[in-house]
Design a protein. Sequence first.
Length: 494
Amino acid sequence: MPLPRIIDDVSAALRTSRSAVEACNVTVSVLSRHTPALIEALLHVKDQLRCVSASGAWQVFSAVPLGHGVVGRVYASGKPVTILDVANDPDYIRLGPPITSEICAPIIDRTGHPVGVINAEWAEAQPLDGWEETLTEAGRLLGARLSEFGGPPAETRSEQLLRHALALTNAETDAEVLLRACRAAREVTGLAAAVLLRPAPDLLPEEQELRVVVAASSPEPRDRPLVARLGQIEPDRLAALLDEACRYGASYTLGDPAVLDARGFEALTAAGVRTMIAVPLGAGTPVVSSSVGALVVLDETAIVPDSALVNLLELLAAQASTCLEKLTTLRRLHVQANSDPLTGLRHGGPFGDRLANATPGRTALLAIDIDEFKAVNDTLGHAAGDRVLVQMAVALQQALRLGDELFRVGGDEFVAVIDVPSAAEALLVAERLVAAARATGRTISVGVAVQGELEPPEAAMYRADQALYAVKRNGRNGVRLAPESTGTPPAHRR
């Protein structure tokens, strides 16, 4: 049985509440007057159970992800639970001081659905008779009052921004960062569409036109015509908007362009734009952001955005820019970790991965050595040797076909991995490499082996090495095809 006096007090207090937050506050306040427990009211906001009110502890956690802890279990099941020994409960998460027991009950709205939980935790053992029923009834009363207020309080803009900022940091690609930035901008502002203006890739600055990233905005069906019309605006008009955003910073409209002076924006207003906020990616660093782009949020209704909202978008854009820079750095570090710093060719690790993906009967391995390379280092010095290596790497790379791969696996040792229909085709590629080397003023020796149907790739590499040694013994500057595989000799490299 619930404790009647407590329920009467909760009911009376709820009748005086004037908002969802106040309803949670008075419920927690009444309950805490009758017990020394640490009490929290948590409501479902997006993907979290967010703490709306709490008492009894100096510090509490702001939120618990859905599906986590005792509170997540109770919210998912809609059923209360009493835990007399939290140490033995697999879902228990310590959210405050050490405790011994816990009772958690769902907050149920008038439709019978959970909208949150009331959680009570006791630091010392004491009788808990009637408390599960009391918290359950308090949760029912609170849920009914929340229904009168329209349910749990909506996310604040700052909470939205925090959620989206965390999502941006988890993005794994540039495209995903930009997609999430557009979605965040639409949600935080409430405007119809968000697009990204970015310089066209692979062009010199003086040649750049603009492309509008419209797919990332995910507009509602009614807003798609607006986004489509934006994509039809002449590139130089969009270039001017991007330049202004990146040169001078964020800007926003002050009302209906039919009434206010909107000269210079005729292309946008003709497309139906009545409200616009433009923010450079990387707010506060316009020189950097000009090469990244601008986040533009638009609507066909004339609205005056407040400056605080524009500030939130600047923070969002800065976070997106930081995430893009992080991904660029990670890509550069990955290239450095997997590439030879002198020639830029990939080396041992990627070469091993490529061997593991070789296709028996089709993959040919071309073992390559620069002839008399040691003499270059001994007579002209290592700097000259490095120049020869770079020159040779460029020549060999240019002589290979599209899809062929070249690796530097040692001092003057290279391996080309190619897929061919026959050994004759592999020999033609090898001869082309020898000719390319001669054009640099030096020569190479090449051993060729096509991986057999039942042959491990390491064994095929061994045969290519042996064919290379045979070329060197016979005067260098040539190509030799290794005999077909007859067994599995031990893997070996020079």
